[in-house]
Design a protein around this ligand. Structure first.
Ligand code: GRF
Length: 221
């Protein structure tokens, strides 16, 4: 089996990266993480990647005057490594339209809410303030407008009475760690594709998979 050469882009802690690395450690998993790139030299996730023996690369954004120049340097690193698929996992840079268009359909992100609710930052604070009883996380294709690309997979997580942003974040993060590997599997197997701005599933069974509370619930087979 040829596995899809995948890069993970991070800026910080890298817990989703760890979940993806754990999944791709299985030879039967359809994506192989061959590169981890960060814009932050001190990102903790880089240490996890190095410990796991995965090549890493740092492209410090503050060395570039223009966003397009940073993106060009990033693109060169990805092309050099013959990357086929990119996972953003806590990558805190807005990518230029040119970069996003170039990687369209091969660039996915995880966001800690049920999109299209709560795009942007302070997600858990805003979810609690709004009074929603269910939050969750979304893996979606990246399109030029931030947090607006079509969802590939979502997981629902209850908001408990008395939750703080931190307690809700922790519950959602556990779901993220289940959801991202499942969603990457779907993309790497070609069971979902970005077509005319929509996530199109190859067969009913994959489009019908819904993840509810992944820590206890079913996963995408
Ligand atoms: C996650 O909550 C993810 O949804 C968001 O940024 C956070 C990254 O966490 N995009 P980690 O670095 O993967 O631990």
């Amino acid at each position: 089996m040829t596995r899809v050469r995948t890069a993970v882009l991070i800026s910080g802690r890298g817990s989703n990266l760890m979940a993806l690395l754990a999944a791709s450690g299985a030879a039967a998993y359809p994506a192989e993480i061959v590169l981890v790139v960060s814009n932050i030299e001190s990102a903790a996730g880089l240490i996890h990647a190095r410990t796991a023996g995965i090549p890493t690369h740092v492209v410090p954004h503050d060395r570039f005057a223009r966003r397009e120049d940073f993106d060009a340097a990033l693109n060169a690193v990805l092309e050099q490594a013959k990357i086929q698929l990119i996972c953003l996992a806590g990558f805190m840079r807005i990518l230029s339209d040119g970069f996003v268009e170039k990687w369209q359909g091969r660039l996915i992100n995880i966001h800690p809410s049920l999109l299209p609710s709560f795009k942007g930052t302070r997600v858990h604070e805003r979810a609690i303030e709004s009074g929603v009883r269910i939050s969750g996380c979304t893996v979606h294709y990246v399109t030029p407008e931030m947090d607006s690309g079509p969802p590939i997979a979502q997981a629902a997580v209850p908001v408990h009475y008395g939750d703080t942003a931190d307690t809700l974040a922790e519950r959602v993060l556990a779901a993220e760690h289940r959801l991202y590997p499942a969603a990457l599997k779907l993309v790497a197997e070609g069971r979902v594709q970005l077509e005319a701005g929509s996530a199109v599933f190859a067969d009913y069974s994959s489009s019908g998979d819904v993840l509810i509370n992944p820590p206890d619930g079913p996963t995408i087979p």
